[in-house]
Design a protein around this ligand. Structure first.
Ligand SMILES: Cc1cc2nc3c(=O)[nH]c(=O)nc-3n(C[C@H](O)[C@H](O)[C@H](O)COP(=O)(O)O)c2cc1C
Length: 370
């Protein structure tokens, strides 16, 4: 089913509640279990959450041979491309197949051509959770290899980063990555999502819905502001205020929103609630924001003192003479400044590199076996 030129008039009246679709495909139930938590987390934010399954494409004969749990298919309605028109964000759940999404999900993607042609998903948000048999066999690549779909549709991917301390846990064997929740199903599918996997899934649903909800509120505020600003200009009776709504949702006003994660104390900062800048810097998320800032400031300091931080000026071009204090400049320089040396002395002829005998010596000089 290909969508063409769908009606955008429904976009006239922005809701302040985020509309989130949770669309998932599951053969054996792992994704189904994670989806339940994702839905719970998203619903806890007050968002309008619409759960869907992604339609099976394999014949029953094949599914039987795969020992697939086909009852999962009837749990929720099968998503149709037009269902995506109404949403602000999509949470996609699917198991890993060869390090990427299953063909069932691809088939659904292929039906969104009409939406793509009409720019129907531009400005919406997406995130993904997955399940893989092994620990290192596709959790992250499944998310990464889905990015082109989101990019082509103009959707922004919302990773969870390390916004929940549980993502740092390594025991027992568990899923979850900065890209989203996941679980390790085991080679025979006998492992079930751990309590931690389920909590991360719930967190992802909540984090994403809050993230998107923040955007929706900002868009609503911007729309109201633009409508009231233009109100004195007497909108003719019968003219919809929808005309004031831009085609693409405007960005959030700077400073109104700070997305934060969960602090180590476990008290969750709700993404989307305004947070004072000073407090934001204290957020840990497993890493110290202040540490990073201080380090980069410290790194930059000597360069600034020497004037080498002028935009466009690299350390390589700064000569000792430029760096020297006035006193040092007065002292006789035993040798010319390197810059002058470079100008007057012919460049040293590059010596041929000795051939290396190493693992990579067969295939060109990668430098990796130096
Ligand atoms: C055709 C096929 C390919 C698969 N490829 C991978 C893979 O690349 N990496 C991996 O860890 N698991 C792989 N698996 C295992 C699935 O990821 C696993 O069955 C799934 O996570 C279970 O989720 P579900 O119960 O929601 O269906 C594959 C399974 C099938 C049937």
């Amino acid at each position: 089913m290909i969508e063409t030129n769908f009606d955008r008039s429904h976009l006239c009246c922005w809701s302040t509640k985020a509309v989130i679709a949770v669309a998932f495909y599951s053969t054996y139930g792992h994704i189904d279990a994670l989806a339940a938590e994702v839905i719970k987390g998203a619903e806890s934010t007050g968002a309008i959450v619409k759960p869907y399954v992604i339609q099976e494409t394999l014949p029953q004969e094949v599914l039987t041979k795969m020992y697939a749990n086909t009852s999962l298919q009837s749990k929720y309605p099968a998503i149709k491309p037009e269902d995506l028109k109404e949403i602000d964000g999509l949470i996609l759940g699917a198991p890993t197949r060869y390090g990427r999404l299953p063909s069932q999900v691809d088939a659904f993607f292929d039906h969104t051509g009409g939406l793509w042609a009409a720019g129907g998903l531009v400005g919406k948000f997406a995130t993904l959770f997955t399940s893989a048999a092994g620990q290192h066999s596709g959790h992250e690549s499944t998310a990464l290899t889905t990015f082109p779909f989101f990019a082509h549709h103009g959707m922004s991917y919302v990773p969870i980063g390390y916004s929940n301390p549980l993502l740092g846990e390594i025991e027992p064997v568990q899923g979850g990555s900065p890209y989203g929740a996941s679980t390790v199903a085991g080679a025979d599918g006998s492992l079930q999502p751990t309590a931690t996997d389920l909590k991360i899934a719930e967190h992802q649903g909540k984090y994403f819905a809050n993230f998107v909800g923040t955007f929706v509120k900002g868009r609503q505020a911007a729309t109201s502001a633009s409508t009231s600003a233009s109100a004195p200009a007497a909108v003719p009776a019968g003219t919809s205020s929808a005309k004031a709504v831009p085609d693409l949702a405007p960005p959030l006003p700077v400073g109104t929103t700070t997305l934060t994660g969960t602090s180590k104390s476990g008290s969750e900062k709700i993404a989307g609630e305004p947070v004072p800048a000073a407090e934001t810097e204290k957020e840990t998320n497993g890493y110290s924001v202040n540490d990073a800032t201080e380090k980069s400031t410290a790194d930059a300091a000597p360069a600034q003192a020497s004037g080498a931080s002028t935009p466009g000026t690299t350390k390589a071009t700064a000569t000792p003479a430029e760096k020297a204090t006035p006193t040092e400049k007065a002292a006789p320089a035993p040798t010319p400044a390197p810059a002058a040396t470079t100008a007057s002395v012919p460049a040293k002829k590059a010596e041929p590199k000795p051939k290396k005998k190493g693992f990579f010596s067969c295939c060109g000089d990668s430098g990796i076996d130096k």
